[in-house]
Design a protein around this ligand. Structure first.
Ligand code: FPP
Length: 249
């Protein structure tokens, strides 16, 4: 938990203090339904979703969020029609190019979580360049989950630890929760305090299963392209009222 953020209440006109989460995760869901409602192809929903990704990311950085993780493409999303996957890959390229310059002004550190080796060589190059060029910045850390699946991430961590045990670098007794955390893509980062899922689905969809052990969830009945900075403020206000006990009393 970090800074206190103040916002003017629309109901009372008074300032309300909000304790900000240090790390927010967002499952950017509902692009397809947003497009369908408008008689548009699903790819138009992803374009609107990508624009919103930019708006919400900049807003999180502006109000002092330290870590933001967005779920952009899961290990299961390859099962979608080829046309939709291609449209998403095109969008990733376009928005990452823009993010490179756009997020520079906000000093945002861009990181990728997931198995990026599955992407085309030019997208991989862009991912590498984005990470490299933003690595020394000091602002919010933005994790973009692409070809990410939490089960895959855990398998990767288990394999890495097992091979160290096999080589004699570690003993079985050295294995603890911190060691598992430090073998995940999010090594060194705090667990998410809050995960927001627009679109009204009550599912975690293979997102940060280990890291979300004590995360607060907020599910909104709104599709991702319609999710606004006001919706984020309301979620933050609700979060600040939650009584987090982490298994205690
Ligand atoms: C889920 O909605 C959304 C996705 C699988 C894609 C999310 C990607 C973006 C918002 C683009 C972000 C861009 C960058 C550069 C990070 P859905 O298609 O499953 O919606 P539905 O449940 O209504 O069908």
């Amino acid at each position: 938990m970090s800074l206190l953020f103040t916002r003017r209440s629309k109901k009372t006109g008074k300032d309300e203090g909000i304790v900000l989460p240090e790390h927010i995760g967002i499952i950017m869901d509902g692009n397809g339904r947003w497009a369908k409602k408008r008689g548009l192809p699903r790819s138009a929903g992803h374009t609107a979703g990508a624009q919103n990704f930019r708006t919400i990311t900049r807003y999180c950085s502006d109000i002092g969020i330290r870590y933001l993780t967005v779920y952009a493409f899961s290990t299961e999303n390859w099962k979608r029609p080829q046309e939709e996957v291609s449209a998403l890959m095109k969008l990733f390229k376009q928005y990452l190019e823009e993010a490179l310059s756009d997020f520079k002004d906000d000093s945002i550190v861009v990181r990728f979580i997931g198995d990026t080796s599955a992407f085309s060589p030019d997208l991989q190059e862009l991912i590498e360049r984005t990470q490299r060029e933003s690595a020394d910045r000091t602002g919010m850390v933005l994790n973009i989950a692409m070809n990410y699946g939490s089960r895959d991430e855990l398998v990767m961590a288990v394999k890495s630890i097992a091979s160290k045990v096999h080589n004699g670098e570690l003993s079985v007794d050295d294995i603890d929760a911190d060691m598992i955390s430090s073998n995940l893509y999010t090594a060194g980062q705090p667990d998410p305090d809050l995960i927001i899922r627009p679109s009204g689905e009550y599912r975690i969809s293979n997102f940060m299963l280990w890291q979300a052990a004590y995360t607060e969830f907020i599910i909104l009945d709104k599709l991702w392209p319609d999710f606004t900075t006001d919706d984020l403020d309301s979620a933050l206000l609700e979060f600040s009222k939650r009584n987090r006990r982490f298994g205690g009393v």
